[in-house]
Design a protein around this ligand. Structure first.
Ligand code: SF4
Ligand code: SF4
Length: 205
């Protein structure tokens, strides 16, 4: 399946009529005006539909992209997603949990008890030599509700560092969640990069 097909599938889930944007059907997302783009991103965010971008899934690209805007630190991504209640949470490497245990100065076993076994997905950061993964359920046990912030911020897993970018197991694309303003900023920037790489690219609604 090509990246473009994947994008179409995700976008296809959006009920354009429900959001009063039927006039966008068949249009290229990459050429929408600002108002239509904002309306579309709001609708996609409300329905928890992520968008996939055709950019290399490398640390350099991801960290450069996340640095183009500011996380609003709302903590939403550390809490269960009401639109996806079956989600097991976030998938982290055991090595990352070891770092958290060291930071909190507790035995690794205490931290591991808060998690469940994960699967193993090819990691775009070349971390395939690392051990298997664990699922960290949400609400995240490391969220500091008094401070309204991550309680292990300096050692938080990479998946948290690059959120709302999501790995999709493909080295030539990744997905961006749109249920926060930070994600909406990032997709706009990512699309400008996509257009720069391929001015004829089309992502049709
Ligand atoms: S990544 Fe988005 S949802 Fe998570 S804390 Fe930042 S602004 Fe909130
Ligand atoms: S480790 Fe921190 S940033 Fe990641 S989900 Fe938990 S509280 Fe949120």
């Amino acid at each position: 399946m090509t990246t473009r097909d994947y994008e179409s599938e995700e976008i296809f889930k959006l009920d354009l009529e429900k959001y009063g944007v039927s006039h966008l059907e068949g249009k290229n997302i990459l050429t929408l005006n600002e108002h239509d783009m904002d309306t579309l991103l709001e609708a996609l965010g409300n329905d928890d539909i992520s968008l996939t971008v055709s950019l290399p899934c490398t640390p350099d690209v991801m960290f450069e992209l996340v640095s183009t805007s500011e996380c609003r630190r709302c903590g939403k991504c550390c809490q269960p997603n009401p639109l996806n209640p079956a989600s097991p949470g976030i998938e982290v490497f055991k090595e990352e949990l070891t770092e958290i245990a060291r930071f909190l100065q507790v035995p690794y076993g205490i931290i591991e008890q808060k998690t469940v076994p994960g699967k193993f997905v090819p990691h775009p950061f070349g971390w395939t030599g690392l051990s298997s993964t664990r699922w960290l359920p949400l609400p995240c046990p490391f969220y500091d509700h008094e401070q309204n912030s991550c309680g292990v911020h300096s050692v938080r897993p990479v998946v948290c560092r690059i959120h709302p970018i999501i790995f999709i197991g493909d080295n030539s694309s990744f997905s961006i969640k749109l249920n926060c303003d930070y994600g909406k900023d990032l997709i706009k920037t990512a699309y400008t990069w996509v257009k720069k790489n391929d001015p004829d690219c089309e992502i049709l609604l």
